[in-house]
Design a binder for this molecule. Structure first.
Ligand code: FES
Length: 111
């Protein structure tokens, strides 16, 4: 998946550029339009995956985009397992990515 957002000056709908919110993701400061989800801001900043699966370390980001698959989970503040596609970003949010290995995954071969 490729993140694309049409710049406001090229948008035929003549929308105005919205206010921006600033979030921190694993120490990196990212900005995005106010009202965006955290996933939207990550995508706008070129991040299309932000966690890996516990079994095979496969990259995951937005899959369903409607809060069903939980592929997009991350930690916001002290709250774990937040669905990035459902959480509206608030200015100052501190986001950390979740990496876990299943306790029984050690020693398994790739599949
Ligand atoms: S992308 Fe499926 S729950 Fe967020």
């Amino acid at each position: 998946m490729t993140a694309r957002r049409l710049p406001a000056q090229h948008d035929p709908a003549e929308r105005t550029d919205p206010e921006r919110v600033r979030i921190t993701v694993d120490g990196a400061e990212l900005t995005g339009p106010a009202g965006s989800t955290i996933a939207g801001i990550l995508l706008e900043n070129g991040r299309d995956s932000w966690r890996t699966t516990s079994r095979d370390s496969r990259p995951r980001g937005v899959f369903c985009g409607i809060g069903v698959c939980y592929d997009c989970i991350l930690t916001v503040g002290a709250e774990r397992d937040v669905r990035a596609c459902q959480r509206r970003a608030c200015d100052g949010d501190v986001v950390s990515l979740q990496e876990e290995t299943r306790p029984d995954a050690a020693g398994e071969g790739a599949s």
